[in-house]
Design a protein around this ligand. Structure first.
Ligand code: NAD
Ligand code: IPM
Ligand code: MN
Length: 372
C-alpha cells in the first residue's frame, strides 16, 4: 500500500481559499509523482462560518486535528469581524494549543523576481527568520481599566496563574498588554535556530532585540539566548530590531538566520517579504513537537480578495514546507523546483500581478503545476 497522509485544510478568508486551492493541486501532483497520497479534511472556519453560526473554532475540532499529520491554512481575518476574534480564536489558538513554538519564515529572493531594492551584482538574499511563536506580547494577557487582569495561562510547557491590579491616583482610562518570556521558551527556540543554521552550514545567528528600551523582557532574552548559543558554539550577535530593519533594507545579502521574539518576528518577516519580492512569495511553517501548521506569511488581503489576483507562490511554497516536515523531502524539492522553474522561464506577463505581470492566481497555479 502506498504512503498516505491525512491533512487538515482551513482555507479561511479573503484570498485564503484562492491561494490554498493552488497549493493543494501542486502538492497533490508532487505527491503523485513521488508515490504517496494526501487525503484532505476540510474545515470551514473563518469569517463566513462565524457570521453565520457564531462559532470560531470548537474544542472538538482541536481534538479531531490530532488525527491529522499537518494543517494547511490560507489566512483568517475579515473587515466585517472585529480584529482579534478570528486571528486569536483560530490562528493563535492553533499555534498555542499545539505548542508550535517555531515559526519559520524563509526570505529568499528568487532570480527574475523584481525587488524593490535591487541586489548588487553577485549578491544573493537568502535569510531565515526563526520566530518564537508562543510567548512575548502574544500570550494574550492584558486588559482595560482597573479591573484585575487575569494572568492565567496554559501553554505546552507550563501553566501560569496570577492576577494584576492597578490603581491610578486620578481617574484614567488605561490598557495593559503583558509580554512574557520563560527560560525554557527562549532556550528551545534558540536551540532550534542553531540546528537550522547548522543545516545551512552557518555559524552565525543574529538576535533581534530591544533590550535598550525593554531590558526586563529582552535583556532576559539576550542573556538566555547568548548562553544557549555559546554552549552550542555559535557566534552570537544582537542587533536592536529598529536598526536591524534599517540594515535589512540596505544590505539584505549580509544576513543569514535571524532569531526573533514573537512580535519582532512578525514585523521583520513582512519587511523581508517585501524585500524578497512580496508577501505573495513569503512562505511560513509553524512547527512544534506535534501537529504542524503551514501558511503563507500574508493575511487574507481583503483589498484583492475574490478577484483571482493574489500571488499563490507563498501558499505553494508553504505547502512544500509541509511536505518536507512530513518527511517527504524529495516531493518538497519537486515543489520548490517547479516554483523556481516557473520564475526562471515564464514570460514576464505570466508573472503574478504582484511581480508586475498579468498572471491570474489560477493561471500561475496551473503554470507551476505544469512544471511538476
Ligand atoms: P495582508 O497580508 O492580508 O495584506 C497586506 C497587503 O499585501 C495588501 O495590500 C494585500 O493585497 C497584499 N498581499 C498580501 N498577500 C498577497 C498575495 N498573496 N498576493 C498579492 N498581494 C498580497 O495584511 P493585512 O491587510 O494587515 O491583513 C488583512 C487581514 O488578514 C486582517 O484581518 C489580518 O488580521 C489578517 N491576517 C491574517 C493572517 C493569517 O491568517 N495568517 C496573517 C496576516 C494578517
Ligand atoms: C502572522 C499574522 C498573525 C501574527 C496575526 C494575524 C495574529 O500577522 O502570522 O504573521 O501576528 O502572528
Ligand atoms: Mn504577520
Amino acid at each position: 500500500m502506498s504512503r498516505s497522509y491525512r491533512i487538515a485544510q482551513m482555507a479561511g478568508d479573503g484570498i485564503g481559499p484562492e491561494v490554498v486551492g493552488q497549493a493543494r493541486k501542486v502538492v497533490e501532483a508532487a505527491a503523485a509523482k513521488k508515490g504517496f497520497d494526501l487525503s484532505w479534511v476540510d474545515y470551514p472556519f473563518g469569517a463566513e462560518h462565524y457570521l453565520k453560526t457564531g462559532e470560531v473554532l470548537p474544542e472538538s475540532v482541536l481534538a479531531e486535528l490530532k488525527s491529522c499529520q499537518a494543517l494547511l491554512l490560507g489566512a483568517v481575518g475579515d473587515p466585517r469581524v472585529k480584529p482579534g476574534i478570528l486571528e486569536r480564536g483560530i490562528l493563535l489558538k492553533l499555534r498555542f494549543f499545539f505548542d508550535m513554538y517555531v515559526n519559520l519564515r524563509p526570505a529568499k529572493a528568487f532570480p527574475r523576481v523584481p525587488l524593490p531594492v535591487p541586489l548588487p551584482e553577485g549578491k544573493a538574499m537568502d535569510l531565515l527568520v526563526v520566530r518564537e511563536n508562543t510567548e512575548d506580547f502574544y500570550v494574550g494577557l492584558g486588559g482595560e481599566g482597573d479591573a484585575p487582569i487575569d494572568l492565567g495561562l496554559r501553554r505546552g510547557l507550563y501553566t501560569m496563574e496570577g492576577e494584576m491590579k492597578v490603581r491610578f491616583s486620578t481617574a484614567q482610562r488605561s490598557a495593559f498588554q503583558i509580554g512574557l518570556a520563560t527560560e525554557e521558551g527562549v532556550r528551545r527556540i534558540t536551540a532550534d535556530a542553531c540546528r537550522r543554521a547548522e543545516a545551512r552550514g552557518e555559524k552565525r545567528i543574529t538576535l533581534a532585540t530591544k533590550a535598550n528600551a525593554m531590558p526586563q523582557l529582552y535583556g532576559f532574552w539576550e542573556e538566555i539566548a547568548r548562553d544557549e548559543m555559546t554552549r552550542r558554539g555559535f557566534d552570537f550577535e544582537t542587533v536592536n530590531v529598529d536598526a536591524l530593519c534599517y540594515h535589512l533594507v540596505r544590505t539584505p545579502w549580509k544576513w543569514n538566520v535571524v532569531l526573533c521574539p514573537n512580535m519582532f518576528g512578525d514585523i521583520v518577516s513582512d519587511l523581508l517579504a517585501a524585500l524578497s519580492g512580496g508577501l505573495g512569495v513569503a512562505a511560513g511553517a509553524n512547527i512544534g513537537d506535534s501537529l504542524g501548521m503551514f501558511e503563507p506569511v500574508h493575511g487574507s488581503a481583503p483589498d484583492i480578495a475574490g478577484q483571482n489576483r493574489a500571488n499563490p507562490v507563498a501558499a505553494i511554497l508553504s505547502a512544500g514546507l509541509m511536505l518536507d516536515c512530513l518527511g517527504e523531502s524529495e516531493a518538497a524539492r519537486v515543489v520548490e523546483n517547479a516554483v523556481e522553474a516557473f520564475l526562471e522561464t515564464a514570460r514576464p506577463e505570466e508573472f503574478p500581478e504582484e511581480m508586475g505581470g498579468r498572471g491570474k492566481t489560477t493561471a500561475v497555479g496551473d503554470a507551476i503545476l505544469s512544471r511538476i
